[in-house]
Design a protein. Structure first.
Length: 145
């Protein structure tokens, strides 16, 4: 049976899911020499690791696709969209499409589709950085393909 996948904010999950993902990273990167060392480094049991290791991964470690769709509410002010595009450029992603609704009450919904190439590794870092740009609210990843 093939799994069904959701993109879920880690704030909704028990902390051990992140620890399982981190233990996998430590093993993949060669920082931990074996599972015992990896689970010890992140503070989970071996049984927790074995139970969830095939179901939990950090999105930044998975080559999921070549496009990401990001939605945001943007203040209708000069330079806000330019700042967003600058951050995207800093992460070496290309803007594939930009769709902007007309501003209502000085705010507009903007949806940007990014071409990620082979590596979506820093996508969550980029979204966090975009979220801190003045004039933006409700920045969210809508999906990836």
């Amino acid at each position: 049976m093939q799994g069904k996948y959701l993109i879920v904010d880690t704030a909704l999950l028990p902390p051990y899911f992140e620890k399982v993902a981190r233990a996998r990273e430590l093993l993949d990167e060669g920082i931990a020499k074996d599972i015992s060392e990896a689970v010890s480094m992140v503070g989970i049991s071996r049984s927790t690791f074995y139970k969830y290791r095939d179901q939990v991964r950090d999105i930044s470690t998975v080559s999921m696709g070549r496009h990401a769709i990001i939605s945001m509410m943007m203040s209708h002010r000069v330079g806000v969209l330019s700042n967003v595009i600058g951050v995207i450029s800093d992460y070496d992603y290309s803007v594939w499409t930009i769709t902007q609704n007309p501003p209502v009450d000085a705010k507009a919904n903007v949806v940007i589709t990014l071409e990620l190439g082979e590596d979506a590794g820093a996508l969550d870092d980029m979204i966090r950085e975009i979220s801190n740009i003045p004039g933006l609210s409700k920045v969210q990843l809508l999906g990836m393909d």
